[in-house]
Design a protein around this ligand. Structure first.
Ligand SMILES: Cc1cc2nc3c(=O)[nH]c(=O)nc-3n(C[C@H](O)[C@H](O)[C@H](O)COP(=O)(O)OP(=O)(O)OC[C@H]3O[C@@H](n4cnc5c(N)ncnc54)[C@H](O)[C@@H]3O)c2cc1C
Length: 336
């Protein structure tokens, strides 16, 4: 790892006045004397630095900025969760556990207790893919500007089964799978006091839109928090993460289902698949199978099948298709 300086940001404005790059901006570039990047919990950033992929000259720690560590909740407006709230704090929040079960489950299954103790929500959303070609300094893959996705013909068992023709990596944030299902929005602060609020679908971008990165963050922008709309007592949810084995690894497939029930019928539903495509995706065809229906095994099964409609698995990952079918069905039946 290269030497770097450390700056402790005192406010959002202070942090924004110092930073000049995202991890994607300086990915694969040699160390230079002027790249300044944010660090929150440091889990992913330090990985990227140790892998030699990112070599900032200065790290701006945003971890102690006052206010970014708050969780606010009201029955009317739902949650406002500061970007620096740790996954552990979110996991242990009683209202999340009671009313937003799928989010609680997604957070509780992300990494280990030690990781969740440091990892922040903002950093989780902005983490980079774990694709082994991307993480290898010896592979100049599509994400590093070469136009070649080595996973297409290579070791692709953990890779995307949808939208995988340009870059077959999958996004690593399983927390986002649940946040997207609850229609959360990402709050972003930019220069000159400007702020913007974007949906999770707008926050993530596919590889054809931006080959370098999975999100819309510019180098002079900071995630300040996440807002999650209020849910009533008829909203039921469930999240399932399938790993390759019983370990604390990233998902090979995960799903969050959120359904609004009324009189035994599903009024509205969102189903989000993680680790299926380069960014989390809403399985709209599957959700349509639930809307207006009483939930039973056959309806859940048809939604499971619809969730992988049009999938284009690669040579070694077709096994993911039945996994998604099965976990979507199970999540629906478990939610009600
Ligand atoms: C073994 C292991 C297993 C894991 N399993 C899972 C899993 O199952 N599911 C899952 O979701 N995650 C998993 N993770 C990933 C982990 O949750 C993330 O690395 C962590 O959440 C990143 O948060 P951080 O605060 O440490 O971010 P940092 O490492 O500090 O930052 C990550 C990136 O985001 C940028 N950044 C940080 N905060 C902000 C902000 N507020 N605004 C703009 N940019 C920002 C940084 O510049 C950096 O590029 C796992 C990690 C490990 C090591």
């Amino acid at each position: 790892m290269n030497k770097f300086s450390w700056y402790e940001a005192k406010s959002v404005e202070d942090a924004l006045s110092k930073v000049n790059a995202t991890a994607s901006d300086i990915l694969g570039k040699a160390p230079n004397s002027s790249s300044v990047i944010f660090k929150a919990g440091g889990i992913d950033l330090l990985d990227l630095m140790k892998e030699g992929l990112v070599n900032p000259s200065t790290i701006v720690s945003i971890k102690n900025i006052p206010g970014l560590d708050k969780i606010e909740y009201s029955e009317q407006d739902g949650f406002k969760i500061g970007a620096n709230v740790t996954l552990e704090e979110l996991e242990n929040n009683a209202v999340v556990k009671e009313k937003y079960l799928a989010l609680h489950q997604a957070v509780a299954h992300a990494g280990t207790a030690q990781l969740r103790n440091s990892a922040t929500l903002g950093g989780n959303l902005a983490q980079r893919t774990r694709c082994w070609y991307f993480r290898s300094i010896d592979h100049q893959c599509y994400r590093k500007g070469s136009g070649t996705c080595y996973a297409q013909e290579g070791e692709n068992e953990f890779h995307a089964i949808m939208n995988n023709k340009t870059c077959a990596s999958v996004h690593s944030s399983s927390v986002s799978t649940a946040l997207m299902a609850f229609n959360a929005t990402v709050e972003i602060a930019g220069p000159n006091g400007k702020t913007r609020s974007v949906t999770m679908e707008e926050f993530f971008v596919d590889p054809e839109t931006d080959s370098r990165t999975e999100n819309i963050l510019a180098s002079n922008e900071l995630i300040t928090g996440i807002a999650i709309p209020a849910v009533n007592e008829n909203v039921k949810s469930f999240y399932i993460k399938q790993g390759a084995r019983e370990s604390h690894d990233w998902a090979i497939a995960d799903v969050a289902v959120v359904m609004e029930m009324s009189g035994g019928k599903c009024n509205n539903a969102e189903i989000v698949l993680g680790a299926a495509a380069p960014v989390p995706v809403k399985a709209e065809d599957a959700a349509k199978k639930l809307r207006g229906k009483s939930i039973n095994e056959s309806v859940a099964s048809s939604a499971g099948k619809a969730s992988v409609k049009g999938a284009t698995p690669l040579a070694n990952n077709a096994y993911k298709v039945p996994i998604f079918r099965s976990i979507v069905k199970r999540a629906i039946l478990n939610a009600v």
